[in-house]
Write a protein that binds this ligand. Structure first.
Ligand SMILES: [Zn+2]
Length: 186
């Protein structure tokens, strides 16, 4: 594994871990899965933009590290003098070194930027690898039939479905009530 990537992984992991332990109340430690960091680099390994996972408990929204990094890069695209389609590599790291393979939503997000950025290689932390980092081409991630759906998105989806069911129950109840009152007045 490229030394530049290993160094970048170590620096980012330390910084993020320090930030989280300083800023996160202890009761939120359960959210350690959210300690993801992503850096978009040129194919030579020069960092262009960073992102980290965020979540809001009030409206159940979340932004993954990869999505944030691309959003940020897009904001400073002109400033950085990026014109046309740029070849980039990605490094995604979990502060505990756990598997941080991009999820299906993030892959979709990267595909939506395909006219601006051509993602070539994706490096992600994985404890099963001797170097702690797995390397994969973006196209192999896209073509992976077993894409990972993040637990937060699954949770969010479940909430939406439950909400829809509840609405259905209420509208059905109202319909029944209307029908009953019609029948009664007849
Ligand atoms: Zn994701």
């Amino acid at each position: 594994m490229n030394n530049n990537i290993i160094n970048l992984r170590d620096v980012l992991t330390d910084k993020r871990a320090a930030f989280v332990s300083e800023n996160t109340p202890k009761c939120y430690r359960v959210f350690q899965n959210f300690e993801h960091i992503c850096v978009i680099m040129t194919t030579n390994g020069a960092p262009l933009a960073y992102g980290y996972n965020t979540y809001k408990t009030d409206d159940y929204t979340t932004e993954h590290a990869e999505a944030m990094a691309f959003r940020k890069l897009n904001c400073v695209r002109k400033k950085l003098g990026i014109r046309g389609r740029l070849n980039v590599n990605l490094l995604v790291v979990r502060t505990n070194g756990g598997n941080s393979k991009p999820c299906s939503k993030c892959i979709e997000c990267m595909q939506s930027y395909a006219d601006k950025y051509n993602v070539r290689k994706v490096f992600y932390s994985n404890n099963n690898e001797p170097s702690g980092i797995q390397k994969e081409t973006f196209s192999s991630l896209v073509n992976d039939p077993n894409k990972h759906i993040s637990s937060f998105y699954r949770f969010q989806q479940q909430l939406k479905e439950d909400e829809m069911k509840e609405k259905d129950i209420i509208t059905n109840k109202n319909k029944k009530h209307k029908n009953n009152t019609k029948r009664m007045s007849r």
